[in-house]
Ligand binder design. Sequence first.
Ligand code: ADP
Length: 489
Amino acid sequence: METVPIFVGGVWREGRGPRMESRFPADGSLNTVMRAASAEDVEAAVQAAEQAWRDPAWRQRLPHQRAALLLRVSELIDAQQERLAQLQTRDNGKPLAETRALVASAAATARYFAAACETLEGELTTPRSPGIMTLSRYEPIGVVAAITPWNSPVASEMQKIAPALAAGNAVVVKPAEATPLLALELARLFEQAGLPRGLLSVLPGKGSVTGEALIRHPLVKKIAFTGGTETGRHLAHVAAEKLIPASLELGGKSPTIVLDDADVEVAARGICYGAFSSAGQACIAGTRLFVHRTLWQPLMARLVELTRALRLGHPCQPGTHVASLINEAQRERVMHYVALAREEGGTVLCGGGVPSDPTLACGPWFEPTIITGLSNQAQVCQQEIFGPVLVALPFDDEPALIAAANASIYGLAAGIWSRDSARALRLAEQLEVGTVWINTYKTFSVSTPFGGYKQSGLGREKGRQGLKAWMQQKSVYLATAPGINHWSD
Ligand code: ADP
């Protein structure tokens, strides 16, 4: 198979690093072969980016002109939605229904940041001295690095590329090693839409080699990362050494809470989706379930029933709920945690193993699994598994529930199921997490900030401030009256 080119400083060419592959997780078949970006490629991309963002032709491009470019990209994505979704499914193995939504969200993100960019206003701040006008304006940061994971590539990539370019920066993307294809496709679409050369590079490769060279490059002035907490901590150290901002969207172990007044059917359906869509490979997956003891029996019975009815299948087959995991290593990790849960005294209510269906023997499928009988301190309740495993615990009173829900190093998201909105809102205030869903789960809006409390992250993506996060503010003092006496004597 011929190697596909990567996008270095506006040039499509072979990488100078080792050979790497994209494989279809469902059966391991080869999608593409490429050569990774080497440290030399990182150097070329960053130098081109530095030149490109400083180019007066780009610096002087007005917000509505940058917005027009993003709108063209969103139209190109919409026009090719099915092809892109299929490619995303080939690359990361998610069901087509999910990758269609991811691609649609990438187009929506481009449109949103076009609008946000066009309408972002600087400020004339309130005067404090006669004859002095004070204003505050937003300026780009320069060359920024975007490091993305394999679980929702096209969405996490656009959440970084769109605001970065809208803000006037140049961006170098390092996609996850397992899933380089959509970032490269996005680069083609930006190029087709007329993005000047050098403003976007896509450098597939290993985190420890390509990623490391990128984040350490002295010309890189911001790191935006989505991925695991340990890698995020490392990137934060590098950013601290360089004294540059880092925005980090990290792991989670999100609690979902069923209050005693919840609608059991609605809650069970939402919890099942929140835990098992994307085969649980989502930082926001609702994997720690707390159920009020009065509803424990009916809720758990219905949840097990719904979970057993989930259709495991090929990601391109219509109606598939749960496709394979990304690779065998991930399945082994999940199996390790299920074994640990059993050792810790847990009971597996459903799932817990590799499905027996012979048509699923071609890839790393794992059964959606529900575990009970553990305490909140159990490792399976505290560590992020990143697979289809839900742990359920009963609770009796709200103070104990809140303490348990917050007893986690993570603070990404939470779900509350209750018929009483005011009560749910009061509870939401007490949860130490960045996003709370009430009577819904995993619904998203690009206009609403997203990010974590505690070790789930730093900074926010999306929303209007998701654009400002890619800019720095400059204050200007202008004397409007001649002869200001600075010595005031
Ligand atoms: P996972 O693969 O489990 O999501 P990571 O959080 O390590 O875990 O990966 C997320 C992204 O971070 C990937 O693109 C990966 O290549 C990248 N990455 C990993 N280590 C580094 C590093 N030292 N420097 C820069 N990027 C890294």
